[in-house]
Ligand binder design. Structure first.
Ligand SMILES: Nc1ncnc2c1ncn2[C@@H]1O[C@H](COP(=O)(O)OP(=O)(O)OP(=O)(O)O)[C@@H](O)[C@H]1O
Ligand SMILES: O=P(O)(O)OC[C@@]1(O)O[C@H](CO)[C@@H](O)[C@@H]1O
Length: 315
């Protein structure tokens, strides 16, 4: 990895993970353990890169006591930050984790980003993008910025020659696609929403990825939970999987996959293998802990070209 990676999390969070024996509605549950982590998808990409010795800069709007806490948590981890102060309060997202690896997430909507605040964040991103190898915009959009304003940011980045990656959902994902993002990483639900059809087979996934490429995206990395991931780019189609014997928490697995893929050059079987190794390692770790080199095991990753189109998806 030669250049600098800039991650952008427009709606970051303080992630609180509570370990409970079993989730029972209407009961007082006692948490056996709890963790607090800096959160948000781009933040996690930066954390995963750093855990593997790759520096990046994380752009985050932050406000209120939770915003200060987020900055403190990220500084304590050593993540390089470009924090833009906002009037609203940074959100707190809750994860309820059960011993069998089932996680239930409760994500706040997040603070409103005013037009002026979004303009400030955009300026920070565009300025820093001038020296970045990749700009990686991840996660949900906070309330406030119009999709037109977000699309304009993506278009300006692409027009400036930036390699843009977008991992978001709904209209924000489509904005990245139509702006010509070099890379998009939808998960199964996001892919289904983007093309208006639920994929049931690998053939459906590949067809959906081709549609996103035809609509403007360069590379599509579709993450499919326990079914692994499918990579569709100008060189063709690859599918890969990395089985996990004891899943502990899938929170942040997609972010780890994306970070590993970028870290390994974002092209071909070697990058897909690396991404799958990082994703599987994240699933084996509690909360949204990001894997370090000693957590990675590439020997179980299987990548093959042109998956059988009739193969069904399980997860
Ligand atoms: N149960 C699992 N077993 C093995 N690998 C998994 C499992 N769940 C996820 N993974 C790995 O993690 C990657 C990302 O998972 P997923 O498709 O759920 O991403 P995501 O929905 O974007 O996750 P998040 O939003 O929590 O970061 C998958 O491509 C796969 O490599
Ligand atoms: O609400 P969003 O932006 O879609 O997702 C936010 C989030 O669930 O994603 C990360 C895991 O991928 C967590 O750190 C964070 O809480």
């Amino acid at each position: 990895m030669s250049g600098v990676i800039l991650t952008v999390t427009l709606n970051p969070s303080v992630d609180r993970a509570l370990e409970v024996d079993a989730l029972v509605r209407g009961e007082v549950l006692r948490a056996a353990d709890s963790h607090i982590d800096p959160g948000g998808k781009g933040v996690n990409v930066s954390r995963a890169l750093l855990a593997n010795g790759i520096r990046s800069t994380a752009v985050v709007p932050t406000g209120g006591a939770e915003g200060e806490q987020l900055v403190d948590l990220l500084e304590a981890e050593g993540v390089d930050l470009l924090s833009v102060p906002i009037a609203g309060r940074t959100r707190s997202n809750i994860t309820l984790a059960e011993p069998d690896g089932t996680v239930t997430k409760i994500n706040e909507v997040g603070p409103v980003l005013s037009d002026a605040e979004f303009a400030q964040v955009s300026k920070a991103v565009l300025d820093a993008a001038a020296t970045a190898d990749w700009v990686v915009i991840c996660g949900s959009l906070p309330p406030g910025p119009s999709i037109a304003a977000f699309t304009e940011l993506c278009e300006r980045l692409v027009a400036a020659g930036t390699r843009l990656a977008v991992d978001s959902s709904g209209p924000a994902l489509l904005a990245g696609v139509s702006a010509g993002a070099a890379l998009v990483k939808p998960n199964r639900e996001e892919l289904a929403e983007a093309v208006g059809a639920e994929p049931a087979t690998f053939g459906d996934v590949v067809a959906a990825c081709h549609r996103l490429r035809a609509a403007g995206a360069g590379t599509v990395l579709a993450s499919l939970g326990a079914d692994g991931a499918v990579l569709v780019d100008a060189d063709g189609v690859l599918a890969g999987v990395s089985p996990v014997s004891v899943p502990r928490s899938t929170v942040g697995a997609g972010d780890a996959l994306l970070a590993g893929f970028l870290a390994a050059g974002a092209r071909g079987a070697s990058a897909l293998t690396e991404g799958l190794a990082w994703g599987a390692a994240a699933v084996s770790l509690p909360g949204s802990r990001m894997p370090t080199p000693s957590d990675l095991d590439r020997t179980h990753v299987r990548v093959t070209p042109d998956p059988d189109p009739s193969r069904p998806l399980h997860s």
